[in-house]
Design a protein around this ligand. Structure first.
Ligand code: PLP
Length: 200
């Protein structure tokens, strides 16, 4: 029963976030459709993510490989998954194998990983993944591609409205939708809240 109440809250929180995205885009003279909302469910249960899915959201992000590989197969395959965490080269294959509907890796931090992702995707016969790096303008200039073609993934719960104002096309929102994350005790102080004390 308690879980039910929490799930309703999550769907409502998503709606509020979408309104805020629309308002921020409007204020910046941009179209709301230019901004994708990635619902970041890391540390959150499959059923909470499912609740956000059930109100029509399809874009979700995760940033721990192990957790992602475990959760993604339990969720519908029309989700557009974004991987937003650090990935080691030996995890590229298991990640792609476990998540056929992986749409984008936002966090490619080396050429080696980019090449590996490319190869693996090609060998699996999948459509190419989108990969992102930072520093949109400079990257676009350096690669000689039009800026409209480039995405900028910037903005989380605390700053997504400013990020939209500054041109972000992809905001990654976790705690504002799913509530504060509950990490085991050794994690950073700011994530410690009343709920963690019931675990330890
Ligand atoms: C956890 C996480 C987010 C979401 O953070 P919130 O502040 O909870 O919105 C966004 N991006 C990355 C890379 C993350 O790891």
């Amino acid at each position: 029963m308690a879980a039910q109440a929490v799930e309703g809250k999550v769907a409502m929180a998503l709606r509020r976030v979408i309104h805020r995205v629309q308002a921020a885009a409007e204020k910046a003279g941009r179209r709301a459709e230019e901004v994708r909302v990635v619902a970041v469910g890391k540390t959150k249960s499959v059923s909470l993510i499912r609740d956000v899915y059930d109100v029509g959201h399809r874009c979700f992000g995760e940033n721990y490989v192990q957790e992602f590989i475990q959760k993604a197969p339990q969720l519908p395959d029309d989700i557009n998954w974004h991987f937003i965490g650090h990935i080691q080269s030996n995890k590229v294959k298991p990640l792609l194998a476990a998540v056929p509907n992986l749409d984008m890796v936002e966090s490619v931090d080396s050429e080696k990983i980019a090449i590996q992702l490319d190869r693996m995707v090609a060998s699996l016969g999948r459509r190419p993944l989108k990969t992102l790096c930072c520093c949109k303008d400079e990257v676009c200039k350096a690669l000689g591609i039009p800026e409209d073609y480039c995405e900028l993934s910037m903005g989380m719960s605390g700053d997504f409205e400013q990020a939209i104002e500054m041109g972000s096309t992809n905001v990654r929102i976790g705690s504002t939708i799913f509530g504060p994350r509950e990490y085991p005790k050794k994690e950073k102080k700011e994530s410690v809240n009343l709920l963690t004390s019931s675990i330890s």
